[in-house]
Design a protein around this ligand. Structure first.
Ligand SMILES: Nc1nc2c(ncn2[C@@H]2O[C@H](COP(=O)(O)OP(=O)(O)O)[C@@H](O)[C@H]2O)c(=O)[nH]1
Ligand SMILES: [Mg+2]
Length: 292
């Protein structure tokens, strides 16, 4: 039996739904999702296995102009995603226009990598507008399939999967067939905490936070996790903790519930807040937190 496999890198602007789409394709919540831009900081692999195929998706941070070192490392992962892919899954949504994306479109086309264009969030538009939008993307990418879809309403996900499968080259499996991702438990635990912070805090707070899992010890019936929430300034520490510790407690409770669902075990979660001045601009801190 012949086997097909490939690396399918998911690219696009912040907030178009890249992480939602990867989670839907993989059938697991690997990437955290929020209405805020720059939710995804690392490249995260999501693996879909069949008897005769293996698709290795990579979810990436959205494209942005770097303002600090952390964002530079985020852009490195976008750039490398443009070179090491067998296929590019370019995600746009119904609010974007090809005219504003020409730089990006040119880069993808000149990479010579086969691409699939998915127009997400079609639940937010009408038939007439959608036809115009689809037509413009066909013009921009004459060689590529253009798939209108809605990740939120699970509409046309199968068309997207089929388009990927049709173009998957012959090749061996790159990962064991029961493997779902390249990341480890600690990473997902930290992301679940960060997701709650993205939801509950305003302005610069979510962008100033990094989560460090200090210890993760799995026992037969429970997983005990100690996590440090690093912030860049003293004033942010008080905001994170909140009046009488209420805010931190809420983050802890909600993250713990998500972890119990994800790991299928009881979780004991301890959260601490620590000021690590300017971690976003310090090479040593970024390295410690797993950014390359
Ligand atoms: N209306 C609508 N919203 C969507 C759809 N897919 C994703 N979203 C929302 O768009 C926002 C950004 O999604 P996310 O996956 O984090 O985008 P990313 O930054 O590209 O990874 C979230 O609030 C999602 O719930 C969709 O098909 N329709
Ligand atoms: Mg994302």
């Amino acid at each position: 039996m012949s086997h097909r496999s490939g690396f399918v890198n998911i690219l696009g602007n912040p907030n178009v739904g890249k992480s939602t789409i990867m989670n839907a394709l993989v059938g697991e919540k690997l990437s955290i999702i929020s209405p805020k831009a720059q939710t995804t900081r690392h490249r995260i692999m999501g693996i879909v296995n069949g008897d005769d195929f293996q698709i290795v998706y990579s979810d990436t941070p959205g494209i942005l102009k770097p303002k600090y070192k952390l964002q530079e490392t985020m852009m490195n992962s976008v750039n490398s995603a443009l070179t090491d892919a067998d296929m590019i899954l370019y995600i746009t949504d119904v609010t974007e226009r090809t005219a504003d994306e020409s730089e990006y479109i040119d880069r993808i086309k000149s990479s010579g990598i086969p691409s699939i264009i998915a127009i997400n969030k079609i639940d937010l538009t009408n038939q007439d507008d959608l036809e115009t939008i689809v037509e413009s993307w066909h013009k921009a990418f004459p060689q590529s399939p253009v798939i209108p879809m809605s990740a939120l309403k699970s509409f046309n996900l199968d068309a997207l999967l089929n388009a990927v499968l049709e173009r998957l080259p012959d090749g061996p499996p790159y990962f064991p067939k029961d493997q779902l991702t390249d990341k480890f438990e600690k990473f997902f635990a930290s992301e679940m905490i960060r997701e709650k912070i993205l939801f509950h805090y305003k302005k610069e707070i979510p962008y100033s936070v990094e989560i460090e899992i200090e210890s993760f010890s799995e026992e037969a019936a429970i997983i005990k996790i100690r996590a440090i929430i690093h912030v860049t300034r003293d004033s942010q520490k008080g905001i994170i903790i909140g009046h009488k510790g209420n805010m931190l407690k809420r983050v802890g409770t909600e993250a713990r519930k998500d972890m119990e669902d994800f790991f299928g075990k009881k979780i004991f979660l301890e959260l601490y807040v620590k000021v690590t001045k300017d971690w976003r601009d310090k090479q040593s801190a970024l390295k410690k937190f797993g950014y390359r």
